[in-house]
Design a protein around this ligand. Structure first.
Ligand code: SAH
Length: 452
């Protein structure tokens, strides 16, 4: 019998999709964070629910061969990474397993195989965007770092090894400016204080850096001093914004941005196409792996010069523009208006004239486009985590494309939508997983379906 506060021994037999180890006690599933498949360990039961329990790792009796020493000193406390205690090649196999398990269990493709998982050669320093919440410690010092696991306590992480080494210098410069000018940090509990977050985005190919300071107010006092401090760190900081967020919420950025220094956008190159990026544009976080992911999506799309391509959930047009180089015409659909503005500008300054972008929801625009007589040969979709919806999927089916290329950041919704499409005549043919976010439990997948 499993009871709360009881200590027991368990063998971890699997890793769940959130990165927690899983084992069973008397046939009852127990999730244990920070464990690895093959661990035999002593745990304390901290929660018992109707279908599962949660244990806390107390002692590892026999460690799993998959274990490795986490490089980050705050890994155990920080909520950013989930599986840094597992060696990288085992991480990759776990993630391939996530995709296969979802496709087998949720979509019901019993023998489904993910053909390949593409990992990073050097799985560190991959993030081009980092967001550091700012707060005050017990002694009244302003700090910035990352949220602790399942909480909003800030752990003052200087150098996060998944991001650029320069980030620590930038956050230190912001803290220095705050101390020197008596600028307060935001306090979530009381909804008071000014500086909420430092958002840093860098462009891999140009080296340009954008810094956005999110504030609970309309202005930063003596902002020229902040800019001076930032530019002392590096002249690569070419764009500085304040972002206004006076609401009691936890969104990363509020709606309004004010440029306080330099250029409105930074420019990065992806798949040979240059992109201008604004603070709010969705832009993939790991550019090296994004190229591999999109490269595979384009390969699966098998675009011929006379082909019409529809790219749904196109963001700033990254996949659309790579496809446009090969196709007769590409239509991109995206709900965020600013992203569509960026997509159009990106098409223009890359001299791409055969891409047309619509700012609308997929569920409104896709049926309308198909009804208007557009006949796509290939449909690419790259929805957010919640996946696509039946209205959009029905419109995709009614278009009867030769191929559907589904890019997904969530195996569960990928499997749900693939099942829906499979029941309507499309069969999965090839599948690749790409490790865009080493040390976290996230995995990206690209899957191609064809009419059966
Ligand atoms: N393909 C792009 C973006 C993928 S992320 C890239 O790789 O860069 C998913 C995108 O879907 C986001 O840009 C989000 O704004 C958009 N989105 C979310 N819900 C949507 C909807 N209902 N209709 C259209 N686009 C939507």
């Amino acid at each position: 019998m499993i009871e709360k506060n009881k200590r027991c021994q368990i063998e971890i037999t699997d890793v769940a999709s959130d990165g927690n180890g899983v084992g069973a006690i008397d046939g009852f599933r127990v999730f244990v964070p920070m464990t690895a498949k093959g661990d035999i360990c002593e745990i304390l039961i901290v929660k018992v629910l109707s279908h599962y329990a949660v244990g806390r790792l107390m002692e590892i009796i026999i460690p799993s061969p998959d274990r490795s020493e986490p490089l980050c000193p705050v890994f155990k406390r920080c909520g950013g990474c989930h599986i840094q205690h597992i060696n990288y090649s085992a991480q990759l196999e776990i993630k391939r397993g996530f995709v296969e398990a979802a496709m087998r269990r949720i979509a019901g493709f019993s023998g489904f195989n993910c053909d390949e998982i593409i990992g990073m050669d050097e799985p560190w320093r991959y993030r081009n965007k980092c967001v550091y919440p700012t707060g005050t410690d017990k002694n009244g010092n302003v700090i910035s770092g990352f949220y602790a696991r399942r909480s909003h306590d800030i752990i003052p992480v200087g150098d996060c090894l998944t991001g650029g080494a320069i980030n620590e210098k930038i956050t230190n410069a912001v803290l220095k400016y705050m101390k020197e000018n008596d600028v307060s940090a935001y306090d979530e509990g009381t909804h008071s204080g000014l500086v909420r977050r430092t958002f840093i985005r860098s462009a891999r190919t140009s080296g340009e850096i954008m810094v956005v300071i999110s504030i609970n107010g309309n202005a930063l006092p003596r902002r020229e001093r902040l800019i001076k401090r930032l530019r002392e760190v590096t002249e690569d900081i070419v764009s500085v914004y304040i972002n206004i967020n006076t609401e009691r919420n936890n969104t990363i950025l509020g709606r309004d941005n004010k440029l306080i220094y330099g250029k409105e956008t930074i420019t990065d190159t992806l798949c040979g196409i240059s992109f201008k990026i604004s603070p709010h544009s969705f832009y993939q976080i790991n550019p090296n792996m994004t190229e591999k992911l999109y490269g595979r999506a384009i390969e699966y799309a098998d675009i011929k010069p006379e082909d019409i391509v529809l790219d749904i959930y196109c963001g700033i047009g990254t996949i659309s523009l790579a496809a446009a180089r090969r196709a007769k015409k590409v239509y991109g659909i995206e709900i965020v208006e600013q992203a569509i503005k960026n997509a159009r500008e990106n098409a223009k300054h890359n001299g791409i004239e055969n891409a047309k972008f619509f700012s609308d929801s997929a569920e409104a625009a896709v049926p309308r486009l198909i009804e208007s007589g557009i006949c796509p040969d290939t449909i690419i979709l790259d929805p957010p985590r919640k996946g696509s919806d039946e209205v959009t999927l029905n419109a995709i089916v009614s278009a009867q494309p030769k191929r559907i290329v589904y890019v997904s950041c969530n195996p569960a919704t990928l499997a749900r939508d693939t099942k829906y499409l499979a029941e309507r005549g499309f069969a999965p043919k090839k599948c690749t997983a790409v490790d865009m976010f080493p040390h976290t439990s996230h995995v990206e997948t690209v899957l191609v379906m064809q009419r059966a």
